[in-house]
Design a protein around this ligand. Structure first.
Ligand code: ATP
Length: 298
């Protein structure tokens, strides 16, 4: 047991998918996936304080529920119940990650809530215990507990740690539309066939330390479905490539688009151009985030 704490603050990092394949549909409605996940340096900040009872959530975001529909509430509630904790918790969420964007914003907040509540009450749960609780909140939560570069299989919960990808510059743009993950998967299911990205090849390229090998294999099976409904995604992709991105892709079920740049000057210029052109509502110039290297900075 660690000492319980009165207050705890932590960051919850967003992810992108460098590769996303869907291998089939399971009887329970979940999809069997094969994805290359990468944490990026865009994060929410969560602050935890002990309360006499109950779960109170506050946030600076006007768009999110603060009741049981918030994934933070689900995660905190699950942990309090599992460990028979009768005290409560107050959690404040400073939201920076675009919402309903394909960046696992809700899942990463849930992962942070598991860590935060565990710390607050001195439970000292290890990563495996947090992941096991996390999968009960959402398929991407175990990955968010861990972060970094990883291959995710099963429904997203079977994780293999991959080595960090060589440094590059990342442009992330979220157009002013909200995409329903359910809609995208339903439309994918209706297709008779689709081209599968080369996930195994990407994993090998990562093992070889080849950024170009990763860029050559960027692929997301959901992209075609979302682009058909929202052509702006393709417009942003093409704009990033025209501005010098070595590769560009939609993340998750969208609508967020990212561009990978090998030259900082080009990335900065593209960032400024995308901001003035207003193709996207939110634009970030960022990097991949490696928890092993940067955990101490938190
Ligand atoms: P994924 O990449 O896992 O598909 P996403 O980035 O597309 O996730 P989220 O930002 O996680 O989507 O939000 C999806 C929905 O979940 C939103 O409509 C939102 O109302 C709900 N939600 C519940 N809790 C949260 C939270 N803490 N942060 C963001 N969204 C939340």
């Amino acid at each position: 047991m660690r000492e319980p704490q009165d207050r705890y603050e932590c960051r919850a990092y967003a992810k992108i998918n460098l590769g996303l394949d869907v291998l089939g549909r399971l009887p329970n409605g979940y999809h069997k996936v094969k994805m290359v996940m990468q944490t990026v340096d865009i994060y929410d900040v969560l602050t935890f304080e002990r309360e006499d009872s109950g779960i109170v959530i506050t946030t600076d975001s006007g768009e999110l529920p603060t009741d049981k529909d918030n994934l933070i509430y689900k995660a905190a509630g699950l942990l309090l119940e599992r460990y028979h904790i009768t005290e409560g918790v107050r959690i404040h969420l400073q939201k920076n990650i675009p919402i309903a964007a394909g960046m696992a914003g809700g899942s990463t907040d849930a992962a942070a809530a598991l860590k935060g509540v565990s710390r607050l009450f001195g439970l000292d749960l290890n990563e495996e215990e947090l992941k096991e609780l996390g999968v009960q909140v959402g398929a991407d939560v175990p990955y968010c507990v861990m972060g970094g570069t990883a291959l995710a299989e099963g429904i997203g919960e079977k994780l293999t740690v991959l080595p960090p990808i060589p440094e590059c510059f990342l442009l992330v743009a979220k157009p002013d539309i909200n995409v329903s993950t359910k809609y995208v998967y339903e439309h994918l299911d209706a297709l008779s066939s689709y081209a599968h990205p080369d996930i195994d090849g990407m994993v090998q390229a990562i093992a070889d330390g080849s950024l170009q090998g990763v860029i050559d294999r960027l692929g997301n099976v959901l992209e075609g479905v979302t682009v058909s409904a929202y052509p702006i995604i393709d417009t942003i992709k093409r704009r990033m490539l025209a501005l010098g991105a070595a590769g560009s892709l939609m993340s998750g079920s969208g609508p967020t688009v990212f561009g990978i740049f090998t030259e900082e000057e080009k990335a900065k210029n593209a960032f400024e151009r995308l901001q003035t052109e207003q193709l996207a509502k939110q634009v970030f110039l960022t990097n991949f985030w490696d928890p092993g290297k940067q955990r101490d900075k938190q």
